[in-house]
Design a protein around this ligand. Structure first.
Ligand SMILES: *[C@@H]1O[C@H](CO)[C@@H](O)[C@H](O)[C@H]1NC(C)=O
Ligand SMILES: *[C@@H]1O[C@H](CO)[C@@H](O)[C@H](O)[C@H]1NC(C)=O
Length: 272
């Protein structure tokens, strides 16, 4: 309880967001934040300043049970991650389709993970886009984040909260930019958003998708509807989320796989 209160204060002081009073109102039951893991900073996140990163990892490692309690912690995690992103200059919001940016050679539509800030989050999307941009060389890249709340409660709705937004952006990309190669991607709950979207889209729409990449995918290892032969599911051996379990540090290190995932996409763009 002490750590929880301290952390709220930390976030409030950095962001002028819901201060201790309002954040506490959202927490109706005491939350047990007993650390369940020893935390070491993963190499992929070592570039982040250690202060906020340690706070973030500590919280992740001691998340309480129950969606309501988890969503209360999410009120802290989201601004904490945005603080990290701001500190290292990472853009957590990408809106190329929403802003009708010029058509690009490749368009990634990405759904972020639970509690991640912005619309593409921090730990998986931005490193993946950077790697892809580098590997595409002169070919241009557009990125659009799926607009959805990404709450813990939404996780139990199988990612359906994000289906309308992902569907709209896919249809927009295919209609406005018929020559662009559309990549569907999602991390954690975002992978569920992707799966639920793929299941609900007409087969001829899925046939026009160039490739599909999920990270830390709770639906692993099931196939993704309509994406046979063009799917990469990236799941760490010790990521319990990929086996129906809870978040561990192995769920937070998919930046390590950005180059490999980008290589897969570039291969599909080139017609592999
Ligand atoms: C990329 O563009 C530069 C400058 O226009 C050109 O010199 C180079 O050959 C291009 N590279 C590829 C792989 O097309
Ligand atoms: C979740 O969505 C996937 C993909 O649409 C589907 O295969 C699965 O049956 C759904 N699970 C539940 C519990 O609704």
């Amino acid at each position: 309880m002490l750590l929880f209160a301290l952390t709220i204060q930390f976030v409030a002081s950095v962001h002028s967001l819901p201060g201790p009073g309002s954040a506490r109102t959202a927490v109706s039951t005491p939350i047990d934040l007993t650390p369940r893991q020893d935390i070491a900073i993963p190499p992929a996140l070592a570039a982040f300043p250690s202060g906020p990163l340690n706070q973030f990892l500590k919280l992740i490692s001691s998340l309480p049970e129950g969606a309501a309690a988890l969503d209360a912690v999410g009120l802290i995690l989201t601004p904490l991650q945005q603080t990290l992103a701001d500190a290292v200059g990472i853009d957590t919001t990408r809106t190329d389709l929403a802003q009708n940016a010029p058509c690009a050679d490749v368009t990634v539509i990405f759904a972020r993970g639970t509690t991640e800030p912005g619309n593409v989050g921090l730990v998986t999307g931005p490193p993946f886009f950077d790697a892809l941009s580098k590997q595409l060389g002169n070919a241009s890249l557009a990125v659009q984040g799926v607009e959805y709340p990404a709450t813990f409660a939404g996780f139990n709705r199988n990612g359906t909260d994000g289906v309308p937004s992902m569907t709209n952006f896919i249809n927009q990309a295919l209609t406005s930019c018929p020559a662009t190669k559309v990549v569907m991607s999602g991390y954690s709950q975002g992978a569920l958003v992707l799966r639920s979207t793929a299941s609900s889209l007409p087969a001829d729409t899925m046939a026009k998708i160039n490739s599909v990449v999920t990270f830390g995918d709770p639906g692993n290892p099931a196939a993704i509807t309509g994406a046979e032969g063009k799917t990469l599911i990236v799941c760490h051996e010790n990521d319990a989320v990929c086996k129906g379990g809870f978040i561990t540090v192995d769920h937070l290190t998919y930046a390590d796989d950005a180059d490999a995932a980008a290589g897969f996409v570039v291969g599909k763009v080139g017609g592999e």
